[in-house]
Design a protein. Structure first.
Length: 451
């Protein structure tokens, strides 16, 4: 890490216009994403489904999915444009410096809330962090509202009331702040004490935070949003228990989660510690799938569990964290970067991180391609696991059904998929499952209109 900081020392140069660099990168990323999205957008004009799905979906469903994808793509374009304008305004008007100073003013009135050992810059950083979180939540609210209550609602997917939507936003904000603020305070304190050697500590803290999140998510966080009820006795429960036994899953409990209270999209997953697994089924899935299909989907999920895929994804994300913290160590003491944004005398670490991320975050597409290629690979292997137990054909049927219910885009551009999707496309998965279509048109139109 130290050598990286040394080799980037030349970047601490007052003649570099960091505002210009940051703004150019933001525009560059926007143009790249617009290009990728446009490649996909053109496919939403195609009049017919891909040949491999011939006979699997009605023209009515296909048209509806094209219209739904078009609406989502237009919304994404509008919200990305708004985000870019916001970023440019932040850069031009030195908003970070404004928020930092305001945080200082707020802190002066609320000092009694903070314990003695984190007074000063650290407590100002916590107030600053809360302020930026609130601002970003408020700024993203209109597009989230439009997405849920205009787009998703129109196609029958949104099951939320405005009150639930608002309370979800408040809960999410509270949880993320309560989880992150203590870690942030500790991280800043360590940097105070040990200088940039503590960037390694940052890495360890971030890892710990990720693991904590993984552990708390199923037992503490998700139940705050959804109700989990044990699956009732019956054929489905028997089938799932037999499956778990056959694959030696240490099954503790099978839960049904009421996702239908929020959305009509459906899924299933295994969660928990290595020695005690819980299987979670979305209530939508039970309602619309056969027992065989659910078993096929769960065999895919068991495939993930068998090959420790959660750990693999965690390792991939650790690798990206390592890269990020290494580069941060090269930027943290770059005074020319701070002063470009109006921080001439003080150089708070949290501001350094925000300024650094303004640059690094715009280069994120490279990391996204990497993470998605790892994730897609993992999906193929879980599919292969299900196929090796003879579920290739049933899993194919189940996937088609799920994608029809979700009105997923059936035509996909390769660059768009590599950038946006953690899963291979339906057509790719069917091909790798050696799925053979029996050319039956499902009665999907009836199933979709169930609001
Ligand atoms: Zn999967």
């Amino acid at each position: 890490m130290i050598s990286l900081a040394d080799s980037f020392a030349f970047l601490d140069n007052p003649s570099i216009n960091w505002k210009y660099v940051t703004a150019s990168l933001a525009v560059g990323k926007y143009l790249f994403e617009s290009y990728v999205e446009y490649r996909q957008y053109k496919l939403y004009k195609k009049p017919f489904p891909p040949p491999s799905l011939k006979g699997k979906l009605t023209q009515e469903t296909f048209d509806k999915s094209q219209a739904y994808s078009t609406a989502k793509s237009q919304l994404s374009f509008a919200s990305r444009t708004l985000q870019l304008l916001q970023s440019l305004a932040y850069i031009k008007y030195d908003f970070l410096s404004v928020i930092w100073n305001q945080s200082g003013a707020i802190l002066a009135k609320t000092t009694f809330l903070f314990p003695g050992f984190i007074r000063g810059v650290i407590s100002q950083s916590i107030v600053f962090f809360a302020a930026t979180q609130i601002i970003s939540t408020v700024l993203s609210a209109p597009s989230s509202y439009y997405e849920n209550f205009a787009v998703e609602d129109k196609y029958g997917f949104n099951k939320m009331s405005v009150a639930t939507w608002i309370s979800d936003i408040l809960k999410e904000f509270t949880i993320s702040f309560l989880l992150q603020a203590p870690f942030l305070a500790l991280f800043l304190k360590l940097i105070d004490y040990y200088g940039d050697a503590s960037l390694a500590c940052g890495m360890i803290l971030a890892t710990f935070l990720q693991c904590l999140n993984l552990t708390l998510l199923p037992s503490v966080i998700l139940p705050w949003f959804y109700t989990f009820t044990p699956l009732k006795d019956g054929k489905l429960k028997e089938a799932v228990e037999t499956l778990a036994k056959k694959h030696k899953v240490p099954l503790e409990e099978i839960f049904v989660v009421d996702t239908s209270s929020r959305t009509a999209h459906s899924n299933a997953y295994l969660i928990g510690l290595p020695w005690s697994q819980k299987i979670v089924l979305y209530d939508n899935l039970i309602e619309t799938s056969t027992i065989d299909e659910i078993v096929a989907i769960l065999t895919h999920e068991i495939g993930h569990w068998k090959s420790n895929d959660t750990l693999k994804l965690l390792a991939a994300s650790e690798a990206t964290l390592f890269i990020m913290f290494s580069f941060f160590s090269a930027f943290i003491y770059n005074k020319s970067l701070y002063s470009s944004f109006g921080f001439n005398r003080e150089h708070p670490t949290i501001i350094g991180f925000f300024l650094f991320y303004g640059i690094y975050g715009e280069l994120q597409p490279v990391i996204t391609f990497f993470i998605h290629s790892v994730a897609q690979n993992i999906e193929y292997r879980a599919d292969y696991y299900a196929k090796s137990y003879g579920y290739g054909q049933v899993l194919g049927e189940a996937l088609i059904k799920l994608e029809i219910q979700s009105l997923t885009a059936f035509h996909n551009d390769w660059l768009y998929s590599a950038y946006r999707h953690s899963h291979p496309t339906l057509v790719q998965r069917l091909a790798s499952l050696d799925y053979v279509s029996d050319h039956k048109v499902p009665t999907d139109s009836k199933e979709i209109k169930k609001d």
